[in-house]
Design a protein around this ligand. Structure first.
Ligand code: HEM
Length: 226
């Protein structure tokens, strides 16, 4: 066990703990902020319409296209260390949701927020950097497997979205979510990252949460009344 001190400014966490713990602790505060964003609260509280959920799905299309393209490139180069799972791939499900929510011409009607474009741009850098990829994949996939399940229930309850519009939140190739999340955390903990790169991973996960917050802020401007 090492107790090497942390590079200034990157994180205040003791890095002798497993990376998955450091990520959870290091993003606890930003997670709370993301959950408390006006758009998310209004969406979860049933105060918006299906159009707001659709706009969120559109942003997720661009985000996952970039994330999964980066993951595929990293894996093809042999650099993903088992962190890219086919079971997690979201892009086909989002495309199918959008075809249902918008119609067969959905691709021609995608409107991305500037915050989404900035997020996607950051994700393209993940294709050559395990540290960046781990941070962003952790933030999205463990979120989808956790709070995402609550989002699915709420949008179905409040907005009557049928199953064909929320398949993004379904993981048919994963039998039970909890044990899968444990395996994912084990893979994170086994990554060959030294203390400095683990600190950078936690710092980048915070960036990932902030990029998500910026997308929610953009959606809030559009859908949540002042
Ligand atoms: C609707 C808002 C949200 C709710 C209700 C919510 C709820 C939750 C809950 C209950 C957990 C714990 C699950 C468990 O113990 O296994 C969790 C974990 C997590 N959530 Fe969220 N969440 C929300 C938004 C977000 C957002 C916007 C992100 C990031 C984009 C996110 C990322 C994560 C991550 C990465 C974890 C895993 C934490 C860990 O165990 O390391 N969540 N969420």
């Amino acid at each position: 066990m090492t107790t090497t001190s942390v590079p200034a400014g990157s994180t205040d966490l003791p890095l002798y703990q497993p990376l998955s713990h450091a990520l959870r602790e290091g993003t606890r505060e930003v997670h709370g902020k993301a959950e408390g964003m006006a758009f998310i609260e209004a969406l979860m509280g049933g105060r918006l319409g299906q159009d707001a959920y659709t706009a969120l799905a559109v942003q997720q299309f661009a985000i996952y296209a970039a994330l999964e393209n980066a993951g595929a490139t990293l894996r093809a180069a042999g650099g993903d260390h088992g962190l890219v799972f086919d079971e997690l791939t979201r892009l086909p499900a989002i495309e199918s949701d959008l075809a249902h929510l918008i119609g067969p011409d959905w691709a021609a009607r995608v409107e991305l927020l500037p915050a989404t474009q900035a997020y996607a741009q950051r994700l393209t850098a993940c294709s050559s950097d395990l540290t960046l990829y781990a941070a962003h994949a952790y933030t999205r996939y463990l979120g989808d497997l956790s709070g995402g399940q609550v989002v699915k229930r709420m949008v179905q309850r409040h907005y009557g979205v049928p199953d064909q519009g929320v398949s993004f939140y379904d993981f048919p190739a994963i039998h039970r979510l909890k044990p899968f999340k444990d395996v994912y955390r084990e893979r994170l903990d086994a990554l060959p990252l030294d203390d400095e790169r683990r600190a950078a991973t936690v710092a980048e996960a915070r960036v990932a949460f902030r990029l998500n917050q910026a997308v929610f802020a953009g959606l809030g401007e559009r859908f949540v009344a002042a």
